[in-house]
Design a protein around this ligand. Structure first.
Ligand SMILES: Nc1ncnc2c1ncn2[C@@H]1O[C@H](COP(=O)(O)OP(=O)(O)OP(=O)(O)O)[C@@H](O)[C@H]1O
Length: 337
C-alpha cells in the first residue's frame, strides 16, 4: 500500500492573478479517507478541482498512484467525482444512471449488467433499479451518485460537500454509509466539508485549511484534543481563547488575573472545560440554554463573553443573575502565539 498514493507537491492554484492556494504540499495514502476541512473560501474546492483535473495548476505537481497527472486530462486520471448536487440524469432510471459510464466504455451487456447491479447493491439500493431520480429521496439520490462513480473503479473518489443537501438525520445515516462503502471497496476518498463534526466523525485524517494554506493535518483525535494554533483550536470548538500576559488572561474586552501561573502564550478552553457554579471569578449570565446532556451558558465577564457548559444536575441560574466560574489550567489547551 502506497503512503503517497496522491501526492501534491508545491501546488499553487490561481484564478487569473489571484492566488487561491499557494504552494500546497500533501500526501494521501492508498485507501485513506481524508477530509479537507475549513471555513468558506479557504481553498478546499479549489484543491479538489485541481486533483480532479478541472483546474490546471499555476505551478507544482500532482501525482496519483506514481503517475504525474499534472497536465493530464480529467477523464484520464482515474478519478470519480461526487458533488452535492448529485448531477444525475433525470430521464434515466437508477440502473441506467449507474450503467451510463460503463456503456461508454463499450463493455459487453453482460458485464454492464453485473457491474451495475453490484454497484447498486454496494450502496444499498437493490430494488430501486427502475426508479427515476425524481422518485427517490435525497439520500437515495446521493447513494446513486456514489454508485455511479464507484462502478468506474476510480483510483480516487473525490466528494465535494457530499452530505450538505441532506436533512440532519439522513446526513448522520450517510456518514456511516460512506464510511462503510469506503471500507468495503478500499477506495481512496477525499471529501470536502466545512463541518467539523462531519470531518471528525468520518475521516481517518483531517486536513484543516485556512486562507489557502494547510493549518494542521492530523487524525480526528489529534485535532480534537491537540489543536496547534489558535485558528485550529477555534475551528475545532475551543470557544474561549485568551492571551496570557503578566499573570493575567487578556482579551479585547479586558483581563482577568490568573490564579495559577502559566508559561503559555495563549490558553484555550472548550465550553466543557470551564468550571461553573464555583470558582474565583464572577460574571452575569447572558444566555442559558438546555442542551440535554448539559446546560450551555454565556457568561458576561471581565474577559468578555465566556461559553461554559454546566453539568446535568447543576441548578439552573437565571439570565441576569451572577454565576461563579473558573478557567482551570488542567482543562486548558496551551498554544503558541
Ligand atoms: N472561479 C473563481 N474565480 C475567482 N476566484 C475564485 C473562483 N472560485 C473560487 N475563487 C476564490 O478562491 C478562494 C478559494 O475558494 P474555494 O471555492 O476553493 O473555497 P472553499 O474552501 O471550497 O469554500 P466553500 O466552502 O465556500 O466552497 C476564495 O477566495 C474564492 O473567492
Amino acid at each position: 500500500m502506497s503512503e503517497n498514493f496522491v501526492q501534491l507537491t508545491d501546488l499553487t492554484l490561481s484564478y487569473g492573478k489571484t492566488v487561491a492556494v499557494p504552494e500546497l504540499n500533501l500526501s494521501i495514502a492508498e485507501g485513506e479517507l481524508v477530509a479537507l476541512l475549513g471555513p468558506s473560501g479557504c481553498g478546499k474546492t479549489t484543491t479538489m478541482r485541481a486533483i480532479a483535473g478541472l483546474l490546471p495548476p499555476t505551478s507544482g505537481r500532482i501525482l496519483i498512484d506514481g503517475r504525474d497527472v499534472t497536465r493530464m486530462a480529467a477523464n484520464k486520471r482515474g478519478i470519480g467525482l461526487v458533488f452535492q448536487s448529485y448531477a444525475l440524469f433525470p430521464h434515466l432510471n437508477a440502473f441506467e444512471n449507474v450503467a451510463f459510464g460503463l456503456r461508454l466504455q463499450k463493455m459487453s451487456n453482460d458485464e454492464v449488467q453485473t457491474r451495475t447491479m453490484a454497484g447498486i447493491e454496494k450502496v444499498g439500493l437493490s430494488g430501486f433499479e427502475k426508479r427515476k431520480p425524481a422518485e427517490m429521496s435525497g439520500g437515495q439520490q446521493q447513494r446513486l451518485s456514489l454508485a455511479r462513480s464507484l462502478v468506474m473503479e476510480p483510483k480516487v473518489l473525490l466528494l465535494d460537500e457530499p452530505l450538505s443537501n441532506l436533512d440532519a438525520r439522513l446526513r448522520l445515516e450517510m456518514r456511516t454509509e460512506l464510511q462503510r462503502v469506503q471500507r468495503e471497496t478500499g477506495v481512496t476518498m477525499v471529501f470536502v466539508t466545512h463541518d467539523q463534526a462531519e470531518a471528525l466523525a468520518m475521516a481517518d485524517r483531517i486536513v484543516l485549511m485556512n486562507a489557502g494554506k494547510i493549518e494542521q493535518v492530523g487524525t480526528p483525535e489529534d485535532l480534537y484534543a491537540r489543536p496547534e494554533t489558535a485558528f485550529a483550536a477555534d475551528f475545532i470548538g475551543f470557544e474561549n481563547i485568551f492571551h496570557v500576559k503578566d499573570g493575567a488572561l487578556v482579551s479585547d474586552a479586558g483581563s482577568l488575573p490568573m490564579t495559577t501561573a502559566s508559561d503559555a502564550a495563549i490558553l484555550a478552553w472548550r465550553p466543557g472545560g470551564v468550571q461553573v457554579g464555583q470558582g474565583p471569578h464572577q460574571g452575569a449570565v447572558l444566555a442559558s440554554s438546555f442542551a440535554g446532556e448539559h446546560r450551555e451558558y454565556v457568561i458576561d465577564s471581565a474577559l468578555g463573553q465566556i461559553k461554559a457548559d454546566a453539568p446535568v444536575g447543576a441548578a439552573a441560574v437565571a439570565i441576569g443573575d451572577t454565576i461563579a466560574f473558573d478557567l482551570p489550567l488542567h482543562t486548558a489547551r496551551a498554544l503558541d502565539a
